[in-house]
Design a protein. Structure first.
Lengths: 462, 386
C-alpha cells in the first residue's frame, strides 16, 4: 500500500529549509509518497528518523538489480495490486534463454538476435533485456566456459542450473557481473545460498506449486542474511496455468496487503516452458506469447522466453509498454499546429486529436513517410479519434475553433482540411462551422503520406 | 595497542566472539566492561532480539490471502426457448483461490448480415465460403470452431451501408435462429437513430429466445431498447465508453425502465492492445471491485468487444519486418481478450478461431479449484527444454 504524505511528513525535520529543492517539508513528503524524489536529498534528517523513513518508504516488493553498471536490469519495486491505484514500477524484463550445448556460431547468432531484436512504437524503442544460460550439458566446465563467452554481450545474465558445482564454476568466471543465480531449491539450499552470499549475487528460489514450502525456504534464506531473492513458484502452461495464476496473485497480495516479509520479492515467470509440450514453431510461438501476456498481467516481474520470432515478441513488448504507462501522467500532447517536412502556403493541412498514442502514431507515420504538411492537433482532453467523436469533444464547433485559434489561416492560402477516416461523420458539420472544404482521409495514418501525394498530383493536374 | 583496544577493534565488525581453550581460575571475580564494550553488547542483544522477533513473526504458517466480499456479480441467462442456455457472471470472489467462479468465460463469434469485404485475410480464409449467408456463417462457427454463442451484427441496416429495413433485419435474425441452437447477441449498425428501431424488430423476431440486444447507450433511445428487451424476453448490453460513472448512470436508467441486474450485461469498452488497453484494464478492474464491494449499479457481468483488436495496425498491416499477419493478428486478438479476461470480463466477442480456442483454454481453468489439477513435474525444466 502506498505510504501517505502525512505519514512521511511526521518523520521529516519540518524545518522547511528547501535544500531538497522543494518549498516545504510537506511538499517534499508529497513527492516522496509519489516516488518522485529521493530521500537522500534531505540533509537534516536525524539518524533514527532516517531509518524509520527508509523502512516506511521501502516498496512492498523489493527492488532488485541483476547485473551491474550499464549491463543491468532492475526488477520489482511495486507498491500496489492494481495500476490505477498508483502505477507499476520497473517494466518486466524479457530474458531470452540459450544453452551450453550450443556451438560457437549458434551461440553468437542467438546473442546477436537477442541484442538486436527491436520494435519501435510511439517514439519508443522496445527491446529485450537479458540472457538466461541453461546448463543443459550437465558439464560444469562447459557451463562456465559458455558463461565466460557471454561476458562480451551487452545484456545481464541469468545462470540456470540446479547443480551448485556448476554454478560455482560459472560464478568464478562471471560472478563479478552479478548475474541472477537460478535456482535455489529444497535440495541444494545450503550450497546455493552460500554461493549467493560469497558472490553477492541475487538468488532465485524455485518451489513449484507449493507456497507453504516457498515461504519456509524464503524465511531460511532471509535468516541467512540474503536480501535479494526472486520467487519462482513454477510456470505451468496448460491446465495448470490456473494454479500458476493463483500462486502469482497470492504472493503479490501477501506482499502488498499483509507485508509478509517472506513474499516481498519480485516474481519470475518462465513462458519458455511452453516448448516442453509444443514442437510446432508457430503454435508454440502463439502459445508462449499468450502465457507471457497472462503472467505479465498478473504480477510477473521478469520473464524467461525461448521464442525469438519478432511476431511473437511484438505483442508482448506492446503489452509491457501499455501496462507500465504511468496513469498519473496525462496521456496527451499540447493542442495546436505541428509542422512536418518542407512547407509553403499550399501545403496540406491535416487534423488529429491530442491523445498521446494517437498523436505519436500519426507523427511516426508522417516522419517515416516524409510527408510535407501541417498537422492540427485538437484538444480532446486526451481522447482518441473514435472515442472523442462518441464523447463529443470532437465536433464541428471544436474543429472550427481550432482552425481559427491556431492561426493556420495565416500560414496557408488553401482552405482544405484532411480529417481522419474515423471522423467521416463530422465532415459536413465541420464544413458548415468553419467554411473550409473537408476531405476525409484514410482510417489509418500509415496511409496518409501517400494520400497527400496523390491529392497534390490531382490538384496539380487541375 | 593494549589488549582491550585490540579486542574492541576485533569486535567492530562482529556480533559475537567465540573463545576456544579458555580457562580461568578464581575465587571472586569482578567484571568491569568498558563503556564501548557495554554498548556493543547491548546492541548485539538488541539486534538478536529483532532477528528472533522477525523469525518468530514469520513462523506462522502460510495461509491463502482470501478476502470476504460483501457483494457478488449477478448471473445473467442468455438463451431460452429453442436455445440451450448459457450463463454469465455469478462470481462471489475476485480470484479462483478464493472461490472458483460458477460459469466459465464465454466466447461469441462475430457474424455479419453482409459479406464484409473489409475483414482481415486471416479471418476471411476461414469463412469465405459462407459469408453470403449469415445462417451458414453462424453454423460454421458453431460446428467447426465450437462457438458458445453467435453475435449477428446487422451492419447492413446502416443508412450508409445498405439501409436494410427492420423487416429485412428480422429475416436475417430468423435465418440465424434457424441455423444454430446457441444463444445470440444481436448488434445494430452503430447508427444511433436507426439502431433502436432495428433492435426492436429483431427482438420481436426472436421473441422468447433471450438474446442479448447490443447495445443500449446514452447516445441513443435506450428506453426503446430496454422496452424491446422486456416485451420479448431478452437481455440488454449496456455500453459506456471507458467511464465508470457513465456506466453507473446508464445502468441506473436501464433499471429504472424495469430491467433487473439479471437482464443487463455491461460493455465498459475494450481498447485494443497498444491502443489504450490500459484504460480498459483500469475501468474493468474498478468496476468488478465495485461489484464485489456491493455497488448494486455495477454488479452485472461484463462483455468485451475483443474484435477491436483487429483494428490495430500491428494485427493487420503487411510489414515484412514484423512477420506474417497470419500470426500477428490472432495473437493481438488473444492478448487483448485475455487481458480483459484477467480483469473479470465474462463474455468475449471474437473473430478468429485459434484466438477463441486459446482464450477458452485459459478461461476454463477459472471454474476449477486451486491445486485440483494434475500438473506435470517441471523441476528439471532447465535440462529438459531443447
Amino acid at each position: 500500500m502506498q505510504v501517505t504524505a502525512m505519514e512521511i511528513y511526521r518523520l521529516l525535520p519540518k524545518t522547511n529549509c528547501a535544500k531538497c529543492g522543494e518549498a516545504s517539508c510537506m511538499a517534499f513528503a508529497t513527492k516522496l509518497s509519489d516516488k518522485e524524489t529521493d530521500l537522500e536529498l534531505c540533509t537534516q534528517m536525524a539518524a533514527n528518523e532516517l531509518e524509520k523513513l527508509e523502512n516506511l518508504l521501502a516498496p512492498a516488493v523489493r527492488e532488485i538489480t541483476i547485473g551491474k553498471g550499464s549491463k543491468a536490469m532492475v526488477i520489482g519495486g511495486d507498491e500496489v495490486l492494481y495500476r490505477y491505484e498508483l502505477t507499476y514500477y520497473n517494466p518486466t524484463p524479457l530474458v531470452i534463454d540459450l544453452n551450453d550445448n550450443m556451438d560457437d556460431e549458434t551461440l553468437k547468432k542467438r546473442v546477436k538476435i537477442i541484442e538486436e531484436s527491436e520494435f519501435e512504437r510511439t517514439g519508443e524503442k522496445l527491446a529485450l533485456d537479458g540472457i538466461a544460460l541453461r546448463n543443459i550439458s550437465g558439464d560444469k566446465v562447459k557451463f562456465a566456459e559458455t558463461a565466460s563467452k557471454l561476458k562480451s554481450s551487452k545484456l545481464p545474465l541469468v545462470l540456470c542450473t540446479m547443480d551448485p558445482e556448476a554454478m560455482k564454476a560459472a560464478l568464478e568466471k562471471v560472478g563479478d557481473e552479478k548475474p541472477l543465480i537460478y535456482a535455489v531449491t529444497e535440495n541444494n539450499l545450503e550450497d546455493m545460498a552460500s554461493l549467493a552470499i560469497e558472490y553477492e549475487c541475487p538468488l532465485a528460489l524455485f518451489v513449484p506449486n507449493n507456497l507453504e514450502k516457498m515461504k519456509e525456504l524464503s524465511n531460511i534464506l532471509r535468516s541467512k542474511g540474503i536480501k535479494d531473492i526472486v520467487l519462482d513458484p513454477g510456470t505451468y502452461v496448460n491446465n495448470g496455468i490456473g494454479d500458476t495464476l493463483d500462486n502469482f496473485i497470492m504472493i503479490r497480495r501477501l506482499a502488498v496487503e499483509e507485508k509478509d516479509e517472506d513474499f516481498r520479492f519480485p516474481i519470475l515467470g518462465i513462458p519458455a516452458l511452453t516448448w516442453l509440450y509444443e514442437k510446432d514453431d508457430i503454435q508454440g510461438g502463439i502459445k508462449e506469447a499468450t502465457i507471457a501476456a497472462t503472467l505479465m498481467n498478473k504480477y510477473a516481474d521478469m520473464l524467461i522466453i525461448h521464442g525469438t520470432n519478432i511476431w511473437e515478441l511484438i505483442p508482448v513488448l506492446t503489452l509491457r509498454q501499455s501496462i507500465f504507462t504511468d496513469p498519473r501522467k496525462p496521456q496527451m500532447v499540447d493542442p495546436g499546429i505541428y509542422e512536418f517536412g518542407e512547407l509553403d502556403e499550399y501545403s496540406a493541412v491535416l487534423m488529429t486529436t491530442n491523445f498521446a498514442l494517437t498523436y505519436y502514431t500519426v507523427e511516426g507515420d508522417l516522419k517515416s513517410g516524409k510527408a510535407n504538411c501541417y498537422l492540427l492537433v485538437l484538444d480532446t482532453e486526451g481522447r482518441a479519434v473514435d472515442v472523442s467523436l462518441a464523447g463529443g469533444q470532437q465536433s464541428g464547433k471544436s474543429v472550427a475553433d481550432l482552425i481559427k485559434e491556431s492561426g493556420i489561416e495565416d500560414k496557408v492560402k488553401t482552405r482544405t482540411l484532411i480529417i481522419p477516416g474515423l471522423s467521416a461523420p463530422l465532415s459536413g458539420e465541420i464544413e458548415d462551422e468553419c467554411g473550409w472544404e473537408v476531405i476525409v482521409g484514410p482510417r489509418d495514418s500509415s496511409a496518409v503520406p501517400d494520400f497527400i501525394l496523390k491529392l497534390k498530383e490531382k490538384q496539380e493536374v487541375k | 595497542m593494549d589488549k582491550m583496544t585490540q579486542l574492541l577493534k576485533l569486535l567492530e565488525n562482529t556480533d559475537t566472539i567465540e573463545i576456544n581453550d579458555f580457562r580461568m581460575d578464581f575465587d571472586e571475580l569482578e567484571i568491569h566492561l568498558m563503556p564501548a564494550v557495554q554498548r556493543m553488547v547491548q546492541q548485539v542483544t538488541k539486534k538478536q532480539a529483532v532477528i528472533a522477533k522477525e523469525t518468530l513473526a514469520q513462523l506462522k504458517p502460510f495461509t491463502p490471502p482470501v478476502h470476504n466480499y460483501p457483494g457478488e456479480v449477478a448471473e445473467v441467462q442468455l438463451g431460452a426457448g429453442t436455445r440451450k442456455p448459457v450463463y454469465l457472471g455469478g462470481q462471489k470472489a475476485l480470484y479462483r483461490f478464493e472461490e472458483p467462479q460458477p460459469n466459465a468465460p464465454v466466447v461469441t463469434f462475430d457474424v455479419f448480415d453482409i459479406p464484409m469485404p473489409g475483414l482481415p485475410k486471416p479471418i476471411r480464409e476461414h469463412f469465405e465460403d459462407v459469408m453470403e449467408h449469415p445462417g451458414e456463417w453462424a453454423k460454421k462457427a458453431v460446428k467447426d470452431y465450437g462457438a458458445n454463442m453467435i453475435t449477428i451484427h446487422l451492419i447492413g441496416t446502416g443508412p450508409k451501408v445498405m439501409d436494410k429495413t427492420p423487416q429485412q433485419a428480422a429475416q436475417d435474425i430468423e435465418e440465424v435462429l434457424q441455423a444454430v441452437k446457441v444463444p445470440l447477441v444481436i448488434g445494430g449498425s452503430g447508427d444511433p437513430i436507426k439502431d433502436p428501431i432495428i433492435l426492436e424488430a429483431a427482438a420481436a423476431a426472436a421473441e422468447g429466445e433471450r438474446c442479448l440486444l447490443a447495445s443500449a447507450n446514452l447516445d441513443l433511445d435506450f428506453r426503446k431498447v430496454a422496452k424491446a428487451a422486456m416485451d420479448y424476453n431478452h437481455a440488454v448490453l449496456s455500453w459506456a465508453i471507458t467511464d465508470i460513472n457513465m456506466q453507473k448512470t446508464l445502468n441506473k436508467y436501464l433499471m429504472k425502465e424495469g430491467l433487473t441486474q439479471n437482464d443487463i450485461v455491461m460493455d465498459p469498452t475494450t481498447c485494443a492492445l497498444g491502443y489504450g488497453v490500459e484504460f480498459s484494464i483500469d475501468v474493468i478492474t474498478r468496476t468488478r471491485l465495485a461489484a464485489l464491494k456491493g455497488d448494486k449499479d455495477l454488479q452485472m457481468p461484463m462483455s468485451s468487444g475483443t474484435t477491436n483488436a483487429w483494428g490495430s495496425r500491428e494485427a493487420w498491416m503487411k510489414k515484412d519486418e514484423w512477420g506474417p499477419t497470419a500470426y500477428r493478428g490472432p495473437i493481438w486478438e488473444i492478448i487483448t481478450g485475455l487481458t480483459m479476461m484477467l480483469c473479470g470480463v465474462d463474455i468475449f466477442m471474437m473473430l478468429h478461431p485459434s484466438s477463441v480456442q486459446m482464450l477458452k483454454e485459459i478461461g476454463n481453468t477459472f471454474t476449477k479449484d486451486y491445486l485440483s489439477t494434475d500438473v506435470p513435474d517441471i523441476k528439471n525444466w532447465i535440462t529438459e527444454l531443447e
